[in-house]
Design a protein around this ligand. Structure first.
Ligand code: NAP
Length: 504
């Protein structure tokens, strides 16, 4: 016990301290000092990343897989310190941090395996047709190549799995792209320990030190400088709609615009179909309550909305109220997130047509669950009800008919997930809903709850705006690597000059 971070940035293999510092705001334990980032440090990190790309971007898949596995080993070796500092900084329970660590190292090993298989390269070959008339065809080959240095913003709600060595970093490094991370100020000590692990892996694998740099929190110019730096080719981000949109706009306004892969969250509607509610309304309600309050509701896949026929609402309300009444106050990740939650709940409660089913007062850095009810017509009139309120708050939307349920589905904005609770007797309605929901969400579920995102080949953690800024991409699962690749076609190239992955 008693780990004390040194509070420095890692730039091109050097731990650099700056005179100006900020204090962490841990949920428990001692606050620590961390060096403030600067635009100059961003430039140094990006220059080093570009230099590193000339070797790392052309390295073998085997060596990158070994690097990813080495990072996972180094993180595991620091497991106890990570749990200690992580739970102090974020207030997340130790068991959750241990689980998240396993997910983070599992993700790194998963990408190592993925690149070794080589399918992601999407290699294609159109053989030469020298005798084709009227024109011969040259030999054409295609492969996916890494795009160069990438900027990554750590997320507040997953200090390990979506932060310093999280999915964005793992998929970029797997692709062959050096990474410059802007550490999240909610967990700078956790970020520092993970960076120590990455740095140790860089050394043991004898890679260019510019492959990874961490710039700790600081003024907003630091994040802006990363996305605007001419040597950065794409950005991975998980966070708020306001922050993500501001950074997305900066990417688009650059002289050379670059893609911004922002995962900005959603309200994840669940449609509770009539036969399912008749058969097991109470169980669905209890499951919803459990998913809603898990981790104080601080998941981007938190199911914030339940849609039900008005005549069936009573079948779930008492079970929901009972399940939520037993949940006490939970510590939130940051004071800012707790304050936004409290304001967000007040905003819902003050909206015309909204009725409180469970109304609690949260104070300080804590959140208690809240549940409200509103009709479909009032929901569609009040846009604020479509906005994510990060935390354990649910909204039950009542519809008068199944047709109104379909119309409501059409009115939703882009989502990460949409869920249908159904029984066999609901099949026709589910068949009408699915084509609508496909246009709204990246992942559709039947009879489940969206919290818990599997890291696998089929996962899509993304969706139409505002769920993400890039609907063709996912930030979880093996397809996440596609964000950091670019197809290149080689026409009439001799074998010896082709990239190694195309030779032979
Ligand atoms: P955030 O405010 O969007 O911040 C994320 C990161 O981006 C931070 O490092 C932040 O820097 C930086 N940033 C934000 N706006 C910027 C700007 N205009 N220019 C440069 N850098 C900028 O998200 P957060 O701090 O993680 O949480 C705040 C809210 O985001 C939550 O209440 C919740 O609504 C939402 N959220 C959503 C998800 C999700 O999964 N979709 C996850 C976490 C949070 P600073 O550290 O300096 O602020």
């Amino acid at each position: 016990m008693g780990f004390k971070p040194h509070g420095k940035h890692l730039i091109n293999g050097e731990w650099i301290g700056t005179e100006e510092s900020f204090k962490s705001s841990p949920a428990s334990g001692e606050a620590h000092s961390f060096s403030v980032g600067s635009v100059e440090l961003v430039d140094q990190a990006c220059q080093a990343a570009e230099e590193a790309f000339w070797t790392y971007g052309y390295s073998s898949r085997e060596s990158r897989a070994a690097f990813l596995n080495a990072i996972a080993d180094e993180i595991e070796a620091r497991g106890d310190i990570l749990t200690e500092i992580g739970s102090q900084e974020t207030g997340l329970p130790e068991a959750r941090l241990q689980g998240e660590r396993g997910r983070t190292t599992g993700q790194l090993r998963f990408f190592a395996q993925h690149i070794l298989k080589g399918d992601y390269l999407d290699r294609r070959h159109d053989e030469a047709l020298p005798d084709r008339a009227p024109l011969p065809r040259p030999d054409l080959k295609m492969v996916q190549r890494p795009i160069g240095p990438v900027g990554v913003f750590g997320a507040s709600n997953f200090p390990l799995a979506f932060s310093t060595a999280g999915g964005d970093t793992a998929s970029a490094l797997a692709a062959g792209c050096p990474v410059v991370v802007r550490g999240h100020s909610a967990h700078p000590g956790t970020g520092e320990v993970v960076t120590e692990a990455i740095n140790a892996a860089i050394k043991s694998c004898k890679l260019h030190p510019g492959v990874f740099s961490l710039i700790q929190g600081g003024p907003r110019e630091v994040g802006a400088a990363i996305v605007q730096h001419p040597l950065i080719n794409a950005v991975g981000f998980t966070g708020s709609l306001a922050g993500g949109r501001a950074l997305f706009d900066l990417c688009a306004q650059r002289p050379k615009p670059i893609p911004f892969f922002g995962e900005l969250g959603s309200i994840n509607p669940m449609f509770m179909l009539p036969e399912a509610i008749k058969a097991r309304g109470e169980d669905i309600a209890k499951g919803w309550a459990g998913s809603l309050v898990m981790g104080a509701g601080q998941f981007c896949t938190n199911p914030g909305i339940g849609v039900i026929l008005e005549e069936q609402a009573d079948a779930v309300m008492s079970a929901l109220k009972e399940a939520l009444a037993g949940v006490g106050a939970q510590v939130m990740l940051t004071q800012g997130i707790a304050t936004s939650y409290q304001k967000g709940v007040e905003g819902i409660e003050a909206t015309a047509g909204v009725h409180a089913l469970v109304s609690t007062d949260s104070s300080g850095r804590e959140a208690c669950p809240n549940l409200f009810k509103v009709s479909s017509s009032e929901f569609l009139k009040n846009h604020n009800l479509s906005e994510e309120v990060f935390g354990p708050v649910g909204l039950l939307i009542t519809v008068k008919s199944v047709d109104e349920m379909i119309d409501l589905a059409k009115g939703f904005e882009g989502q990460l997930t949409a869920t249908i609770h159904m029984d066999a007797g609901d099949t026709d309605l589910a068949k009408r809903l699915t084509p609508v929901l496909e246009r709204k969400a990246g992942r559709l579920l039947v009879n489940g709850f969206p919290t818990g995102v599997e890291v696998c080949d089929t996962m899509v953690h993304g969706g139409p705006y505002p769920a993400s800024t890039n609907f063709g991409a996912t930030s979880v699962g093996s397809m996440a690597i596609r964000r950091f690749l670019r197809p290149v076609c080689y026409q009439a190239f001799p074998d010896a000059v082709l990239p190694a992955d195309l030779q032979g």
